[in-house]
Design a protein around this ligand. Sequence first.
Ligand code: PHE
Length: 452
Amino acid sequence: MERIKQHAIWGHKGTFVLAATGSAVGLGNIWKFPYITGENGGGAFVLMYLVFIALIGVPVMIAEVTLGRHGRANPVASVQKMAQQSRVSLGWGAIGWLGVTTAFLILSYYSVIAGWALDYMSTAIQGGFSGWDGEQASAAFEALQADPWRLMIWQTLFIGMTVLVVAFGVIRGLETAVRVLMPLLFLLLLLLLMYAAVAGEFARGLSFMFSFNPGDLSWEAASVALGHAFFTLSLAMGAIMAYGSYMPGRASIGKMVLTVAFLDTLVALVAGLAMFPIVFATPGLSPSEGPGLMFVSLPVAFGNMPVGVLFGAAFFILVTLAAWSSTISLLEPCVAYLTERFGWRRLSANVVIAGSAWLLGIGSVLSFNLWKEVKPLLGLTVFGLLDSATQQVMLPLGGLAMAVFVGWIAKREVLRRELRQESDGQFALWLLLLKYVCPPALLLILAGSFWA
Ligand code: PHE
């Protein structure tokens, strides 16, 4: 059994919602969701994503928070505590271990992309987007990708920022960040949406995202949508479990999870709706632009709108902050594990993990330039490989294990006690989804994407 330390508990009932939203809302919503929607055909993808969030993401998230709050320890120890009380092997703790490993791998490439946002922030502050058209925006993005040193400087800076917060206390830093900055980010997205409605091809953007074409359904798209549902809700990585472990006992888990899932989905949809109309109205840009979608479409908008310098700078600052509150939640469970399990000092654990993630991240940096043609496996670059392995394999696998463990193995009375604020009907519905919907759906999509 892992050594269990007394964990801090958040002072306010709402802090979990704030921190979990800070973790959930990040590059996944603003950078990734629009571009994978563009690559996977639009409406059909969005529909699958929404269904997965509601039927799989939300039940698994409730399971994960429940494990965390019940265990009140790092992810591995929390799962083990539930295993012990349910009289099954402590080997189930591997779920927590898989989560911590996935968090580490994601941290390595996430900070590279967050570095792009930092670079754009500095360009924006210098008024650099002014008058940009599609060609200039694409050229600028390519120039950034081609320069490993520039990418590495920003990646290093960003990892450093994350280490700083995790070293000095997650909770205080996060509270301010999320309470003040998230609403600001959302306001700016709404402003971009208004700009897109006036200056972009809004109707085309809308129909691209919401008109359903059955021909676009595929195993590949389903697997990307499912992986993204986990990624965007920060599931199966120990992050939400770690935050749940700080949650006061009197708060209703179900309500909080629904709030986080709703806010997270809203931000992603608004981000998509703000970008596609601009993409359609700008010659030279296409929805299937790939990872550069946000970085080419939005500078065109900022460069051509009144006081765009100000809005552009504010936007990239806020995206950086949103990414920051996400990487903090990726690093935190890894650090909690090493300190609680092996008695490491917090600072050493922090520096060792972040340092290793930084080193591995260089592989992702080089994937966009010097190693562009280096494809170690399945025709994917190092970045592509890390991205697909975590998102399409490790996250669904972790989700599957968690759904099976909590739905089938954990003692029902223990769960019911932890979810005591929920009505009998709500509890039964949750357990039904977790037992009978999540595992087969996850298995099917995992298997489907392997064979397809
Ligand atoms: N949910 C974050 C995003 O969408 C990414 C993340 C995953 C953060 C896992 C923390 C843990 O950007």
